[in-house]
Ligand binder design. Structure first.
Ligand SMILES: NC(=O)c1ccc[n+]([C@@H]2O[C@H](COP(=O)([O-])OP(=O)(O)OC[C@H]3O[C@@H](n4cnc5c(N)ncnc54)[C@H](O)[C@@H]3O)[C@@H](O)[C@H]2O)c1
Length: 399
C-alpha cells in the first residue's frame, strides 16, 4: 500500500491551490485500491477540509506515514519530512538564491524531489502547469484596468466570482470599445488570453491588417515567436536556433507600438532574449499603449516598465513615461501595468482541477508504479543526492 499526502501550503502569502481536488482523490481511491490518501488539514485551501471528508478522504494533522507528498509552492524547511518523496514547484533549477537553503536541507534529510516544472514531453514541452488560468485571469485584469482607466465599461475582480463559469456569465452583454489588443506568446498563458478574447468577442486580425487599418469593432493580433523575432543578419526565424541563440535576434514589436491600446504579454522571456520595447520608446508621442497586462511577469524582463509585482487586490500600478517612476494607476502621464505573480490564485478551484487532471492523466500512474523516463528527468534529488541531469546545481546545492 502506497500513501499519498496532500500537504498544507506553508509559504507566505499562503497559496490556496491544491494538486488533487476531493473528486479527483475519490476517483483515485476507487481506481487504485493499492493507494491510500491523507489530506493535511488546512484552513486556507480552496477546497475545505469538509469537502475532502465528504468525498470520503481522511483529513489529519499527521502526514508522517505518507510515502509521496504533493504540494504546490516551496515547502518551508521546518516542514520537510526526512526520507519522503516530494512533488512541488521548487524554483531551484535556475539556482534561485531564495531556495538554496531549502534544497540543501532536502539533501541533508535524504529527500527525493520531483519538480512539476521539469516534467516535460519528449520534445521539451511542459506537461503540467497553471499557465492557462494565469492567461485567463491576466487578460481579464488587463481589460478591467483599461475599463477603469477610460471609464468606458466596468469589470469586477475575478476573485469576486465563485468560479470560471460565473466569470463567463459576466461577459454577456459586455460591449468593448474599438480597441486594438496585441497578444504575445504561444504557450499556455497565451491560450488563456485567447480564450478571453473569444469570450468577450474581440475579433482576431492578421498582423498586416492590424498595422494598416482602423476598425469599427475591437480586434486583437496574436504574435508568436515568428512574428516577433528575426535573425539580425540572415533575417530568418528558426525556433530551435532562436531558443539557443536569442541574442542573435532582433525584436520586431516596435512597429506595433503606435497601433496598440492594450498589450497582453504571454511570451517566454530569458536574459538574452530581446525585450519587446525599451524605456526610450515610451517617451515617443507615437507610443499608444495605455495598458499592459504583463502576464509573463519578469521584473525588468520583456517589458521594461514592469517595476515589480502588484497584488491580487491591487494588481495595477502606473509608470511615468519619462521619469520611470511608479504612479497611482490610471494617471494621465502614466502607462498602467498589471503584473501579479500568482494570478491563478484568483480562480483556484478551476486551476486546481485542471492541474490535477493533468497530473492524473500523465504522471500519477507511473509515479505509483515503476516510474518513467519523464519522471526521472524531473527528479532533481534522489534520496538526497543530485541526479545526473541536475549535477550542474552542485555548487548551488553545496552551501
Ligand atoms: N503571472 C503568473 O501568475 C504566471 C503564471 C504562469 C506562468 N507565468 C509565466 O508566463 C510565461 C509563459 O508561461 P506558459 O505557461 O505559457 O509557458 P509554456 O511552457 O506553456 O510555453 C512557453 C512558450 O515559450 C517557448 N519557449 C520555451 N523555452 C523557450 C526558450 N528557451 N526561449 C524562447 N522560447 C521558449 C515555448 O516554445 C512555448 O511556446 C512564463 O514565463 C511563466 O513563468 C506567469
Amino acid at each position: 500500500m502506497l500513501t499519498i499526502g496532500l500537504i498544507r501550503e506553508g509559504k507566505t502569502p499562503t497559496d490556496n491551490r491544491v494538486a488533487l481536488t476531493p473528486a479527483q482523490c475519490k476517483w483515485l481511491l476507487k481506481n487504485r485500491p493499492d493507494v491510500h490518501i491523507l489530506v493535511e488539514s488546512s484552513p486556507g485551501r480552496c477546497f475545505s477540509d469538509e469537502e475532502y471528508r465528504r468525498a470520503g478522504i481522511t483529513v489529519t494533522d499527521d502526514i508522517s506515514s505518507c510515502d509521496i507528498l504533493l504540494g504546490i509552492k516551496e515547502v518551508p524547511v521546518q516542514q520537510l519530512l526526512p526520507g519522503k518523496t516530494y512533488l512541488f514547484f521548487s524554483h531551484t533549477r535556475k539556482k534561485q538564491p531564495h531556495n538554496q537553503a531549502m534544497l540543501h536541507t532536502m539533501m541533508d534529510r535524504g529527500i527525493t524531489l520531483i519538480d512539476y516544472e521539469c516534467l516535460e514531453h519528449e520534445d521539451g514541452q511542459r506537461i503540467i502547469g497553471f499557465g492557462f488560468f494565469a492567461g485567463i485571469v491576466g487578460a481579464h485584469n488587463g481589460l478591467m484596468a483599461y475599463g477603469k482607466r477610460t471609464g468606458q465599461y466596468q469589470l469586477e475582480h475575478v476573485y469576486k466570482h465563485k468560479d470560471y463559469r460565473a466569470l463567463i456569465h459576466t461577459y454577456f452583454g459586455l460591449k468593448l470599445p474599438n480597441i486594438k489588443i496585441a497578444v504575445t506568446g504561444s504557450g499556455r498563458v497565451a491560450h488563456g488570453i485567447l480564450e478571453i478574447m473569444n469570450l468577450v468577442d474581440v475579433q482576431e486580425v492578421e498582423p498586416e491588417e492590424y498595422l494598416q487599418r482602423s476598425f469599427t469593432y475591437p480586434v486583437y493580433v496574436h504574435l508568436k515567436g515568428r512574428d516577433l523575432y528575426r535573425h539580425a543578419t540572415t533575417g530568418d526565424y528558426n525556433r530551435e536556433h532562436f531558443h539557443e541563440h536569442p541574442n542573435e535576434y532582433q525584436c520586431l514589436f516596435r512597429q506595433y507600438l503606435p497601433h496598440t491600446d492594450v498589450l497582453m504579454n504571454g511570451i517566454y522571456w530569458a536574459q538574452d532574449i530581446p525585450r519587446l520595447f525599451e524605456w526610450e520608446d515610451m517617451q515617443r508621442p507615437e507610443f499608444a499603449i495605455q495598458t499592459i497586462a504583463d502576464i509573463t511577469d519578469d521584473t525588468g524582463g520583456s517589458i521594461p516598465c514592469n517595476l515589480g509585482d502588484g497584488t491580487i487586490d491591487n494588481p495595477v500600478y502606473g509608470v511615468h513615461r519619462t521619469t520611470r517612476e511608479k504612479l497611482t494607476p490610471y494617471h494621465k502621464d502614466g502607462v498602467d501595468v498589471m503584473a501579479v505573480g500568482n494570478l491563478p490564485n484568483e480562480l483556484p478551484r478551476d486551476a486546481s482541477r485542471y492541474f490535477g487532471e493533468q497530473l492524473l492523466k500523465h504522471i500519477l500512474h507511473d509515479l505509483l508504479g515503476n516510474g518513467s523516463v519523464t519522471i526521472d528527468r524531473a527528479t532533481i534529488l534522489k534520496n538526497g543526492q543530485l541526479t545526473a541531469p541536475f549535477d550542474y546545481l552542485h555548487h548551488y546545492a553545496a552551501h
